[in-house]
Design a protein around this ligand. Structure first.
Ligand SMILES: C[S@@+](CC[C@H](N)C(=O)[O-])C[C@H]1O[C@@H](n2cnc3c(N)ncnc32)[C@H](O)[C@@H]1O
Length: 172
């Protein structure tokens, strides 16, 4: 990677810390990284801006750490819609709880608010914003989760709580 690309990724790419991803991957066994470049892809199968993930079908269990600009809304919509078609999509997003996309899409998933701030891959410092994992359960995994746990507000599987849910701790 060139110095320019490295600096650019430090500033704008917000690449997932590898150890944080590895802990989630050990649970979910991701098939696809929906938003990536060859330099930061977390799975052997991934989509790049040239593929345009928004135009592709996302199959299997999907990791999505989207671009953090205004386009995040379109990616959250797509993640939610793909879960309706049968994929489980695990999203790492900034906790922007005042946004339209948060209320329209994120709240339909299981939300796990991360304690502390992530130090994104290649960054010298922790992020200036809090993060959350949003899980849109779909297909086989969705059936298993809904079958195992009553799907109601306040339950661990329904969102809003981390009790009973094992997630990696954010690095402060
Ligand atoms: C926050 S980074 C995540 C990188 C990596 N997947 C990870 O989790 O560490 C978001 C990535 O999405 C890529 N991206 C932007 N638009 C995209 C699109 N339309 N389709 C696929 N990837 C896209 C960017 O190039 C960037 O690498």
């Amino acid at each position: 990677m060139t110095l320019e690309a490295l600096l650019s990724s430090r500033n704008t790419e917000w690449a997932t810390p590898q150890d944080f991803f590895d802990e989630l991957d050990a649970i979910f066994h991701f098939d696809l990284d929906a938003c990536a470049t060859p330099d930061n892809a977390k799975c052997p199968r991934y989509f790049t801006p040239a593929d345009n993930a928004l135009q592709m079908r996302w199959e299997g269990v999907v990791w999505m750490n989207p671009p953090y600009g205004r386009e995040i809304s379109a990616f959250m919509k797509k993640a939610f819609e793909e879960s309706q078609l049968g994929s489980t999509v695990v999203c790492l997003v900034p906790s922007r709880t005042d946004t339209e996309w948060w209320h329209r899409y994120a709240r339909q998933g299981q939300i796990i608010f991360l304690r502390g701030r992530l130090r994104f891959q290649g960054a010298e410092h922790a992020a200036p914003f809090p993060s959350a994992i949003v899980i849109f359960w779909g297909g086989r995994l969705g059936k298993a989760v809904r079958g195992a746990t009553p799907w109601s507000p306040g339950s661990a599987a329904a969102g809003g709580s981390t009790s009973g849910t094992q997630v990696p701790k954010a690095r402060c």
